[in-house]
Design a protein around this ligand. Structure first.
Ligand SMILES: [Zn+2]
Ligand SMILES: [Zn+2]
Length: 239
């Protein structure tokens, strides 16, 4: 199969790798129809994480089950599914909460070395009953892809902010997750969402969603450029 691989910071290439085997009787193999690039991939690209051996990148995938283990109860070959970016064992007390991040054995992430990468033609998924979600009929592939990581992460961030109705929220960084956090905060009833990013195009996107854009202080000085912060007009969001 073809797979997107990185073995040196700054160098990503498409490589032919062996097709993945079924990862145990409770696992499945997915033919990936759509995958995404995540900010997390940049940790490898920018050299933040050591690269001992080539890593197949990607942890967001939507696809079709092409192989399935005998212990999988709720899915069948041919099912269209979303793959959660974070994997848990599916059977411990932590996974019983349905949050793989709390897996007692330690959560694993696709596309980080221990599991296959989602930017591949095929992806082996352990604990398929726990890890997969059937693709809802009323959303398309691109929308579904957002649910595998970016929107779920933005939503979780906004929820954890635990703000009162009409409260004020600041979102620092307006990549895909940040923009999803802006939208989530507004949906959850925030009154004002300050959206901070050095990239103007990102701030404009956040403003279109209903946030109040802010340019971050210039780096390099201890106090930052305070005039940048004070000089902005505070607007109520449209929602
Ligand atoms: Zn991600
Ligand atoms: Zn677990």
């Amino acid at each position: 199969m073809k797979s997107v691989v990185i073995d040196t910071p700054g160098q990503v290439r498409v490589e032919t790798l062996p097709d993945p085997a079924l990862p145990g009787p409770d696992g499945a193999v997915i033919e990936v129809r759509s995958a995404a690039i995540c900010g997390s991939d940049l940790h490898f690209y920018e050299g933040d994480y050591p690269l001992g051996e080539p890593v197949a990148l990607g942890h967001e995938a939507v696809g079709t089950i092409v192989e399935i283990g005998p212990d999988v109860r709720t899915f069948a070959i041919g099912d269209d599914v979303l793959v959660s970016s974070v994997a848990g064992c599916g059977s411990c007390a932590g996974c019983e909460t349905r949050d793989p991040v709390t897996c007692v054995g330690g959560p694993r992430i696709f596309g980080a070395g221990a599991l296959g990468g989602a930017q591949s033609e095929l992806l082996a998924v352990p604990a398929a009953d726990f890890q997969l979600m059937r693709l809802p009929h009323d959303i398309d592939t691109e929308e579904a892809l957002l649910l595998t990581d970016n929107l779920a992460t933005g939503w979780a961030g906004a929820q954890r902010a635990d703000f009162p109705p009409g409260g004020t929220i600041v979102v620092l960084g307006l990549g895909a997750v940040g923009l999803c956090a802006v939208l989530s905060a507004l949906t959850l009833g925030a009154g004002t969402v300050f959206a901070v990013d050095p990239v103007e195009g990102r701030r404009l996107r956040a403003e279109r969603l209903g946030a109040t854009p802010l340019e971050p202080p210039a780096t390099g000085s201890a106090g930052g450029n305070r005039r940048t912060w004070r000089g902005r007009r505070h607007r109520r969001c449209r929602q």
